[in-house]
Design a binder for this molecule. Structure first.
Ligand SMILES: CC(C)(COP(=O)(O)OP(=O)(O)OC[C@H]1O[C@@H](n2cnc3c(N)ncnc32)[C@H](O)[C@@H]1OP(=O)(O)O)[C@@H](O)C(=O)NCCC(=O)NCCS
Length: 125
């Protein structure tokens, strides 16, 4: 009953960057393709330290899933949530192949330091 009236939800996640340091495109392809889109992999592996960008995007996807759950919406595959950067570098979210989710207003903020990556998401119906 109450869930129907909720039209805004938040999600947050923090990741240990160390978990992502061993990932590389040659040996971790299955995991990487399951979690990230091609655009995300291009962005992360173009950077000097891919692990922090991989970790913060993983945190972003988990935060999106938490916010979707708060709205009573079904979870989606990680690699259908794409996090990209606009021309100012600010992160944005788009859903790949989920027509019903196109109208959602999604706001995301990411941050990473030497060993932790954090994401905060707000989704409005
Ligand atoms: C935006 C800014 C505050 C980010 O500070 P930072 O300490 O580098 O940020 P963190 O290390 O905590 O987080 C990095 C994440 O911030 C996000 N980010 C980068 N630029 C951003 C911006 N303009 N707005 C919002 N988020 C931004 C990105 O998601 C980035 O991670 P990613 O590269 O993996 O996607 C800093 O770059 C700044 O002060 N810029 C001022 C100049 C400016 O706005 N330039 C924009 C170019 S036009």
């Amino acid at each position: 009953m109450i869930a129907n009236k909720i039209d805004e939800s938040v999600g947050v996640d923090i990741e240990d960057i160390g978990r992502f340091r061993k990932l590389d495109q040659k040996n971790s392809g299955v995991f990487l393709k399951k979690v990230y889109t091609k655009n995300e992999l291009d962005y992360c592996f173009w950077k000097a330290v891919p692990a922090q960008h991989l970790a913060v995007r993983f945190a972003g996807k988990e935060a999106v899933l938490k916010a979707l759950s708060g709205l009573g919406l079904s979870p989606v595959d990680y690699n259908t949530i794409e996090i990209f950067n606009n021309d100012r570098g600010a992160p944005q979210v788009r859903f790949c192949g989920h027509k019903n989710f196109k109208k959602l207003g999604v706001k995301i903020s990411l941050s990473h330091c030497r060993d932790k990556a954090l994401a905060f998401v707000v989704i409005k119906k």
